[in-house]
Design a protein around this ligand. Structure first.
Ligand SMILES: [Zn+2]
Length: 284
């Protein structure tokens, strides 16, 4: 209590001054006498000085360096003789190769033969547009290999599977064996019939013929027209006759040893057109 009483005494002895920031009262203006010079007040408001607005500086003219030194456009090679156009020499594009029109072969598309397409053959009167290189023929669900690739057309490639399957089925039924390999001779060759110096062109010249030499069997036998045809009643002779007769159902020309001496060692098959309606067949 004593401390509080002392504080009150101190505060009463030193009163808190008024706010020091309070402005002092204005002094009385001295009375203006008539003798005193009168300073007229300006009637117009003084002009406010605006800050000068900087006008955009004009863009400097861009002068091409080359134009500064020459009247020619800058993209012109200064080394280029004046008067000649600076056009780059156009490189002519090579003409596209001519399209080769060929047709696909269903026997190949369906997997009935193992073959690849070959470019057209054009050899005088001989040739064909869409030859195939055939290396295998389907028979009874498997691909029977050929002793060598044959060059033939789609017609022959389409007729061969049915014939080979008939021969293979004969071997399964009669000989308890199958064809291991079809031994082939001439396929495409530009020559006359029977290799004559004159006469008609052979269908070999159109890749539409095939010579058959014989059969290699799975049981190891090698049956050939040359060695086995004459023994007509032997198993091999029967096989060859069956193969010859089956071919007459699948090709339009079938020639064997009975036809002439030129065919004593092979069968000749082709799909040449015989007769006025292309339905006649030659089976000799
Ligand atoms: Zn032939």
């Amino acid at each position: 209590m004593r401390i509080a009483a002392a504080l009150i005494v101190i505060l009463l002895a030193h009163p808190v001054p008024a706010q020091e920031s309070e402005p002092p009262l204005p002094r009385e203006r001295p009375e203006v006498t008539e003798d005193a010079p009168v300073i007229p007040l300006p009637r117009t408001r003084p002009e406010t000085v605006e800050e000068p607005v900087a006008e955009p500086a004009p863009e400097p003219e861009t002068v091409p360096e080359a134009a500064a030194t020459a009247t020619r456009p800058p993209w012109i090679d200064p080394q280029w003789p004046e008067g000649e156009p600076p056009v780059a020499a156009a490189i002519p594009e090579p003409p596209p190769p001519p399209r080769i029109y060929q047709s696909a072969c269903p026997a190949m598309l369906l997997g009935r033969v193992e073959a690849t397409a070959l470019p057209p053959i054009a050899d005088g009167q001989c040739g064909t547009q869409s030859p195939l290189s055939v290396t295998g023929i389907l028979a009874n669900g498997r691909m029977v290999p050929l002793s060598g690739a044959i060059e033939t057309d789609c017609g022959m490639a389409s007729a061969l599977p049915a014939w080979l399957e008939a021969v293979d089925s004969y071997l399964v039924a009669r000989e308890n064996t199958r064809i291991a390999e079809l031994v082939v001779g001439t396929s495409y060759m530009c020559r006359n019939v029977n290799n004559g110096a004159t006469g008609n062109l052979s269908f070999h010249g159109f890749a539409n013929a095939l010579d058959i030499v014989g059969f290699r069997l799975e049981d190891g036998r090698f049956v050939t027209v040359l060695d086995d045809w004459d023994e007509a009643l032997s198993p091999e002779g029967r096989l060859l006759r069956f193969a010859h007769g089956a071919a007459c159902a699948n090709f339009t020309t079938v020639l064997g040893p009975e036809a002439n001496a030129q065919h004593e060692d092979h069968f000749h098959f082709d799909l040449g057109c015989h007769g006025q309606s292309c339905t006649a067949r030659i089976c000799e």
